[in-house]
Design a protein. Sequence first.
Lengths: 271, 304
Amino acid sequence: MIRAIRSEYRKLTSTSGWWILLLILVGYVGFTAALLAGLFGALGEQLAGTQGAPQLDSESLPPIIYSTTTAIGYVFPLILGVLVVTSEFRHQTLTPTFLATPRRWRVLAAKLVVLFGAGAVYGVAGVLGSVGLGAPILALTGNDAAIDSGETWLLLARIVLAMAIWAVVGAGIGALIPNQIAAIVVVLAFTQFVEPILRFAASIWAWTADVGKFLPGAASDALVGASFYTTLSPAAATATLEWWQGGLVLIGIATTFAAAGAMTSWRKDVT
Amino acid sequence: MAFRAASTIEFSGISKRFGGVVAVDDLTFTVEPGVVTGFLGPNGAGKTTTLRMLLGLVRPTSGSATFGGSAYHELAQPLSTVGTALEASSFHPGRSARNHLRVYAAAAGIDDGRVANVLKTVGLVEFADRKVGGYSMGMRQRLGLAFALLGDPGVLVLDEPSNGLDPEGIRWMRGFLRALADDGRTVLISSHVLSEVQQSVDRVVIIRRGRSVFQGSLDALETGSHVAVDAADRAGLARVLLTAGGVVDEVGGMLRVTGIDAIQVGELALSAHLPLRHLATEHVGLEDVFLDLVGDPERSGETA
């Protein structure tokens, strides 16, 4: 198993996909965090001076801004996971892979382990982007960046954990949908279009909200404990899970996909 | 050479059906150490499927294939027991040859030092850090071979190893396979062109539509020669040759004689006062015998 993990680590780091995705993640998250910090940081004062306007609590700003890493950045580890698995099918490298490791489940398990680590690295990098740009701008606009707060650090740790699990979810999807283009289309369509609509629709009634909180993005936001989507959600009936429940739901989704993939495409003849 | 023991490959009654199509049909044969065995057949005859079943990549519908009694997935050190080169496309185009080999060395617990060794053996050292996406077909074949040699295995299974090689590369491959077999290794190579492997194989297994049609040495495959002869009085000449014990057919406006050599045919014609128009010994090429064996009258009858 250690051998398979070492092999998967070498696979991941010997092509350029992982760091290209990482750079885009950091740029995207950093830019968004900077923008939100500037906007809300300045807006908070104005709102405070306006009677009857919704108030942006200065204390709620750092979590919203730092969690852009997961709120908008979770697709990056997700896509990485999808790419790592589907490229084996696409480039027919499953042949040498299964020749070197004939016990196929070991290969998939090793991929999950390595992707968990890679997702955590994405999480750290994303946090560097969101905190690195968000915190100074919050400070400049006269808000508390809360960098010395233990809660902030717990939040950042949960962000890293969520990103790690997202990469594993991606691997599961890749094993379930081995066609690379199809898998990426499904992931983008679901995360960017289907789930946001479902989450919005689910928030209309209390009973749908109880179902909607199990959607992967909602579970991820629950795990992290903050997201500008949920904070700014118009509906009051947004139910959320406890942070550890959100984590378990996300891990459950990841293992269900991986197990389903292991029993289907992963067992097929390699021709 | 410190490679692990070369085991015998045994296929016993192995079959594969894809949906309703029988790709491999009850194949049984043995591949011995110390010789190069050619696994021949036209494209689509089931060679690659057979090899993939041997390597645990394709699940047989029935039957089995083993290395010294063990299925591939039961081997404790697969890459150090069996070296495989299946096709020239199983590479990530964005990965260098060196990293490609390092990935699988890690998976098989093979020392990284072997990577440089095999790159040198196949002559890829100067291109080793370039991305495989830019490789020529011949370079990919060499990288495939480097992968096969990574664990210094006692058994080598190579699918169409000469495909895409230039004449110099084919000559190099031939000598290389010879050396591997002379070391005492078990070498199985597939090809759809007999002439490509003719000079490197000791033994052949020929399949057609998933069934074995010939197993044995190349010498046993060779059917020898016949005499082509013609005279103005063809019927008269045929009578003389038949009387002398020859087997005579009329083929292509000429007589084809077996059982009597060209000198005897000449002498018989002279004593019968039959002037000859043509007299020559014709060798039946291996390729002709091969094509006869694998020829598919049903398929060639179809219109293209």
